[in-house]
Ligand binder design. Structure first.
Ligand code: ADP
Length: 290
């Protein structure tokens, strides 16, 4: 049994498709990415798991407990960062965080440490904070009570690159302590950098759950060929996924037989060739185009 077990989870809004028959498990200590473009159903899944909205079908457990019946108990051990954070603007950060902390046994030290790590001025008023600094308040709130599971909805939006780096460090430290992390993103490179496994969601349906390693290593190659003048052929090989020509340079994704590719290349005059691992973006686009 995983820390999170989702079975055929479905949420239909009145007039809208939310998510349909979503099934996946997250193991203890994993960093699990949830990726898809805007509107794919990431927030709907997360908000259903946290019992802010009710499933219309299927079920899910967190820590082996039912997300609807045992929501209260589950929440005690979950840190949640919503994709958009809203606060009472008139409050000081320190007051807000102290208030959040009062629901749990949280040491003052933890609060200050986290704020310091993120370079957050806790004596400022919320209304004087930039979007990125508000995000930091949300991050501190999510981590404050040392939850066993972190659920982060688009956590890095609004953070500058340096702060993103600090945030990733924080996440990795939590993981070292055994914390399980579930985070959604539409930014592929951060998922690639951080996650052990990733679920890809498209139009409300889960289309793939894979290890990052498998996603990037086992299937596609990114191929670039620069032809000598007049040497370009149509390159009709089985396994060519996406081909683009730019002058004499051809780039493509290839998932066919390597020998056939090499044989074809051997029969042509070329100036240059490179065969490399695809970016997750390439892989992702490939799944989307299917
Ligand atoms: P993501 O988080 O991946 O951007 P969402 O979960 O927000 O995607 O949205 C998934 C789908 O559910 C979209 O088609 C969206 O329009 C719809 N949706 C989200 N929230 C609501 C709502 N409160 N009422 C009706 N439809 C909604």
């Amino acid at each position: 049994m995983g820390i999170v077990d989702v079975k055929q989870l479905t949420k239909m809004y009145k007039n809208n498709r939310g998510i349909e028959h979503v099934t996946f498990s997250i193991e203890e200590g994993e960093i699990f990415g949830f990726i898809g473009p805007n509107g794919a159903g990431k927030s709907t899944t997360i908000r259903t798991l946290l019992n802010f909205i009710y499933p219309t079908g299927g079920s899910a457990t967190i820590f082996g407990k039912d997300i609807v019946k045992d929501a209260k108990e589950i929440r005690r051990h979950v840190g949640y960062l919503p994709s958009e954070v809203h606060y009472y603007d008139d409050m000081k950060v320190i007051d807000l965080l102290t208030y959040s902390a009062s629901f749990y046994k949280v040491s003052d030290r933890r609060l200050k440490q986290l704020a310091e790590r993120l370079d957050l001025d806790i004596y400022k008023k919320i209304e004087d904070l930039s979007f990125g600094n508000r995000k930091k308040v949300g991050i501190v709130q999510a981590l404050l009570h040392e939850p066993k599971l972190l659920i982060l909805d688009e956590p890095t939006g609004g953070l500058d690159p340096l702060m993103q780096h600090t945030f990733f460090e924080l996440i990795l430290e939590e993981r070292k302590k055994g914390v399980t992390i579930f985070f959604s993103s539409h930014i592929l490179y951060e998922v690639q950098k951080l996650c052990d496994r990733v679920a890809i969601i498209k139009e409300g349906k889960l289309i793939q759950v894979e290890t990052i390693e498998h996603l990037t290593k086992n299937h596609l190659k990114h191929v670039t060929v620069v032809f000598e003048e007049g040497q370009y052929t149509s390159f009709d090989l089985a396994g060519v996924v996406k081909k683009e020509m730019n002058g004499n340079e051809m780039t493509m994704l290839y998932k066919g037989d390597m020998n056939e590719l090499i044989a074809l290349l051997h029969s042509l005059r070329i100036k240059d060739v490179s065969i490399s691992e695809p970016s997750l973006e390439d892989v992702f686009m490939h799944y989307y185009e299917k």
